[in-house]
Design a protein around this ligand. Sequence first.
Ligand code: ZN
Length: 410
Amino acid sequence: MSQQDDMLPRPLPSALTFELASRCSTTKARAATLNLPHGPVQLPMFMPVATQASLKGLTPKQLEETSCRLCLNNTYHLGLKPGQKTLDIIGGAHKLQSWPHNILTDSGGFQMVSLLKLAQVTEEGVRFLSPHDGSPMLLTPEHSISLQNSIGSDIIMQLDDVIATTSPDHERIKEAMHRSVRWLDRCIEAHKKPDSQNLFCIIQGGLDLDLRRECCKEMVARDTPGIAIGGLSGGEAKAEFCKVVDTCTGLLPTHKPRYVMGVGYPEDILVSVALGADMFDCVWPTRTARFGNAITDSGCFNLRHASYACDFGPIEEGCKCICCKPDSEGGLGITRAYIHHTASKETVGAHLLSMHNVHYLLNLMRRVREAIIEDRYPEFLRTHFKKLYSDDPPTWAVDALRGVGVDLLG
Ligand SMILES: [Zn+2]
């Protein structure tokens, strides 16, 4: 072994296998099976966010019925309640919520920086004041991994230094990228269960493509079982977002899952898949449900609007979710009028819409996967964008897809 090889980090054990099933012959889209400790999941996929070990408005059983087999839990929330000690006694988050399928946890860092105004990042970690009693606390890479080891999630995320892509402070973005690499090394060192939990690194670097390239090189060399592209969906222009995803996927190994964090709008997911990304998560489908919004193939519409008061059709015609399916097919046969009636007064309306919205996104991913396997993803994109935007698709999507050989205007 040369001295150079000697200096490279040891390869990390992996608790997953990635089987590539199909590649689109035009775009960079791929279909794969990701075998995780709690069963296989099909890529590309959308992962719903279950903040406190429960999806807002859905029981674990109802979440299971949407066909979800991998959901997100928040490390920050679980660390506060029930807390690490209780998690250790119970034996982790799967047991806590009676969830037999896979769980992915974030590092907790993003929650702190976004929720707690007084959070401060130093080389040691993220300093913040306890929301309970105001006492000073510190989240380090080691603490984040220790918490995630107690949660027992199938995929755990490194603690990274997250800066808004819209920040004008280039030096700070550069520092955050390098710090994220150093923190990954500390996470790898601290990880006690690499045989049962998969650590994903997070590529940072803001909108600077050179920084992203450098970060990809550093992170890929650490050989984590999966790779995330982080720091996006923070209000940057979508054209910039696409450039970052496209640049990163071009530098990542083909045999590892690629997760673009915080993406949930159908059109963003469809384009990201074409650019070579596999996994997505977002609170949007359930959050928007609480405002009465239904996600459908023809866009998002608000059922609180008076025009739905006497609309006795399902939320979306042909939808196979438990709410939309008629009684005769074992569904609830919920009508738009009923959601309209309950949406503003009762939580049940929001619960029903959450189920529909989560089902919608999971089903959309199934259709995407099928289209990739049958090598008709470009046609799928054209048809779907036509349904959403008629003959006027957004410029960012037209440009990004043109870059991978699909002409939305053709
Ligand atoms: Zn439905």
